[in-house]
Design a protein around this ligand. Structure first.
Ligand SMILES: [Fe+2]
Ligand SMILES: [Fe+2]
Length: 286
């Protein structure tokens, strides 16, 4: 199959966000392959296919886990199962036979024993693609181009610590509320916490606030990023150029929108997401 055909299949299978991530992983993987003398064409295809099954529903994922006879630890856990499912579904349904590509796809989530250079490249490209933002990502990016093994170990170590800490982390509702507190501490106005878990495919909570100036908006955004990093919650992406009057902070399940008053009124997200359950944050000291 041609790359363009894969692209159009992926566009249909993946959410916009996941597709954009996939394209950035491709870009990074080709660069890493060039650096480490791996086959760039294989790196490109493995990168494109790595999250092929990431947007399956839990039901679809569980069905394939059973069909392929995978361990029951994969049941109910698409984020763990998707690489294993893809490595089996791609040869069966899409004729992808190249063992190097299938190995890279199957190893990209947790790594594994005796990883090949291509496995390592895809694992790292997924972790450091240009859209990733978390404490230490720049060091990891540099390391990936200086010492591939060291970078892999460091990324694995980080991910083990991340998973361990997850058990102790707050649930999304508590976390959304914590974010509202942080926003309030930097004088964000009229903080709305909207539960969109039932009506949106991309997040559990939207938080909307505004501040009187771009400078104060930036202060709120920076404070949120720092305070969340301390809790091990990673800012996956932020958008909003200077002067646009809107900063969007994507923490995965929670998306924070900081506006100027004018832009807030214009976009009126609270109305747009009016089907969600909206709660207003009131601090005692206001
Ligand atoms: Fe993945
Ligand atoms: Fe990925």
């Amino acid at each position: 199959m041609k790359i363009e055909e894969w692209e159009s299949i992926l566009k249909k299978r993946l959410s916009d966000k996941r597709y954009a991530h996939t394209l950035r992983v491709r870009e990074e993987a080709i660069r890493l392959a060039g650096r480490w003398g791996a086959d760039e064409k294989k790196a490109e295809l493995a990168a494109l296919l790595h999250d092929f099954c990431r947007n399956l529903s839990v039901e679809e994922s569980d069905e394939l886990v059973r069909e392929y006879g995978l361990d029951k630890k994969y049941l109910g856990n698409v984020s763990l199962a998707h690489s294993q499912i893809a490595a089996r579904l791609l040869p069966r349904e899409y004729g992808v036979e190249d063992p190097e590509i299938l190995s890279a796809v199957s190893h990209h989530t947790t790594g594994g024993l005796n990883m090949t250079v291509l496995d390592k490249i895809i694992y790292l490209a997924d972790t450091i693609e240009p859209g990733r933002r978390y404490p230490g990502v720049d060091e990891l990016r540099e390391m990936a181009y200086n010492d591939l093994d060291k970078a892999c170990l460091s990324a694995l170590d980080r991910s083990i610590r991340f998973v361990r800490s997850k058990g102790e982390r707050m649930d999304n509702s508590a976390l959304a509320w914590k974010m509202a507190e942080v926003i309030d501490s930097k004088k964000g106005r009229e903080i709305a916490v909207i539960d969109v878990s039932e009506i949106s495919g991309f997040a559990d909570y939207l938080i909307v606030t505004h501040a009187p100036s771009e400078r104060l908006m930036k202060t709120i955004a920076d404070e949120l990023e720092d305070k969340m990093a301390e809790l091990g919650v990673i800012l996956e992406r932020s958008e909003g150029k200077n002067g646009s009057g809107w900063i969007l902070l994507d923490f995965g399940d929670i998306i924070v929108n900081v506006f100027t008053p004018e832009q807030r009124e214009k976009y009126n997200l609270e109305k747009l997401w009016g089907d969600g359950h909206t709660q207003w944050f009131h601090s005692e000291n206001k």
